[in-house]
Write a protein that binds this ligand. Structure first.
Ligand code: ADP
Ligand code: ASP
Ligand code: MG
Length: 406
């Protein structure tokens, strides 16, 4: 007998037939004698619709009410799945985040889980009851409903698995595993049998939305065994594992992209100590994250152009803040561009191999794609390019690093 957490994403619970199909998968685990907790997302499209209602009702909304509204999609699927399980003769009940409870901080809209009390759920396993938990939601110290950020049901699943000491956390989705890159964009993408936590963490944070970044972080810290697999097919998925479990390390294991970037250039900024601090300080105070940065010294030596990226959602606020301070910061002109994409190559093997960046630059140059900004870390290289070349760049890099499926 094992304790297992199964998580089903939006497309897997998109309608009643699919929820019935999910119920069958849950029943199969129960029939194997396992104790099962299930985490569900809202039916696909529902969360987007709810977010849209909120923006229409109140553009600058109270985030506590945003959470009250957008968390509701998961309540519906949890109840429906519990009913479908009961119809199959399986004992089951639904749990909202506050009922478990899943405790979070009060950063509404992007709350962090601070604790999960799963004792009652574990107790009911003894009577053969399946727990169906609404993903994406928790309760703040003030007793208000919170949500965990988009894609947050993955994090609910990992947190529940950690709290229950589950043997496995299976993330069922609409692809049958983690691929070398988004299989919906690159037809030759290859499914990985295993990926390290570190690589998965980079892939997720650099744009591969197959797992929410925080879920990977939590799994890595708590030692939860995560598997990504299809809810529509019976094929083995991808295991997220420790580095020492991977025998053949690839130099590059995956390529990710993020359209959530916007570029700002400040032209002719005075080139003297303290300028960068004066520019990035106010942005940080306004909770605007700056990602990639490049600074060019101009030939006259007295001024410099400074280019950096922020998320698209923050672009307007960042531009306003910098324009309001133009006199103080002393730059000549600000230009911005939201038509950019960040493409990143990731691999733990990069630590011990030279020339990875060079292959990337050569492959992009070969397609006539101009690189606007570059940033690197130990196991990844990211470049910012014109958004219209996203697919071309992904395919070229996939081939250049020998990742194409046979
Ligand atoms: P769910 O609703 O089940 O949570 P998501 O839409 O959040 O599903 O995540 C699955 C999607 O992630 C896939 O449909 C795929 O397009 C996308 N994706 C992006 N990068 C990758 C990758 N490297 N491997 C697999 N899927 C990826
Ligand atoms: N329903 C939420 C979303 O669409 C959470 C999730 O699906 O993981 O972001
Ligand atoms: Mg998801």
């Amino acid at each position: 007998m094992a304790r297992i957490v199964q998580k089903f994403g939006g497309t897997s619970v998109a309608n009643l037939d699919r929820i019935r199909n999910v119920a069958k998968r849950v029943k199969a685990e129960v029939d194997r004698g396992n104790e099962v907790a299930v985490v569900v997302s809202a039916m696909s499209g529902v969360t987007n619709q709810l977010v849209d209602y909120v923006s229409q009702a109140s553009p600058l909304h109270d985030t506590r009410e945003y959470d009250a509204v957008v968390s509701s999609g998961e309540q519906v699927t949890a109840g429906l799945l519990a009913l479908c399980l009961q119809e199959l003769g399986v004992s089951a009940r639904s749990w909202m985040g506050w009922q478990v409870p899943i405790r979070t901080d009060d950063a509404h809209g992007k709350a962090r889980i601070t604790g999960v009390e799963a004792d009652e759920i574990a107790k009911r396993f003894k009577d053969g009851q399946v727990a169906v938990i609404a993903g994406f939601q928790g309760i703040s110290p003030q007793g208000r409903i919170t949500t965990l950020g988009r894609g947050g049901s993955d994090t609910t699943a990992v947190a529940i698995a950690a709290a229950l000491g589950a043997e496995r956390c299976d993330i069922f989705t609409d692809v049958d595993g983690v691929y070398t890159t988004d299989p919906r964009i690159v037809a030759k993408a290859r499914k990985l049998d295993k990926i390290t936590y570190e690589e998965m963490l980079e892939m997720a944070s650099l744009g591969a939305k197959v797992l929410q970044t925080r879920s990977v972080e939590l799994a890595m810290n708590m030692g939860v065994r995560v598997q990504v697999l299809s809810s529509f097919e019976d094929t083995p998925g991808t295991l997220v594992v420790d580095e020492d479990e991977i025998v053949e390390k690839q130099v590059v294991s995956g390529i990710a992209y993020s359209r959530d970037e916007a570029k700002i250039t400040l032209m002719q900024v005075r080139d003297k100590p303290g300028v960068a601090a004066d520019i990035f300080g106010p942005l940080a105070e306004a909770s605007i994250n700056v990602d990639m940065i490049v600074q060019n010294v101009s030939p006259d030596g007295g001024s410099t152009d400074l280019t950096f990226t922020v998320t698209r959602a923050d672009l307007k606020r960042a531009v306003k803040l910098l324009e309001d301070r133009q006199a103080e910061l002393g730059y000549r002109k600000l230009v911005h561009d939201a038509g950019v994409v960040k493409v990143s190559v990731i691999g733990v093997g990069m630590r011990s191999h030279a020339g990875v960046a060079q292959s990337m630059f050569r492959a992009l140059a070969g397609k006539g794609i101009n690189i606007q900004v570059i940033s690197t870390s130990e196991i990844k290289i990211s470049v910012l390019i014109d958004e219209q070349y996203t697919e071309l760049a992904l395919r070229a890099l996939h081939t250049a690093y020998g990742l194409d499926a046979a």
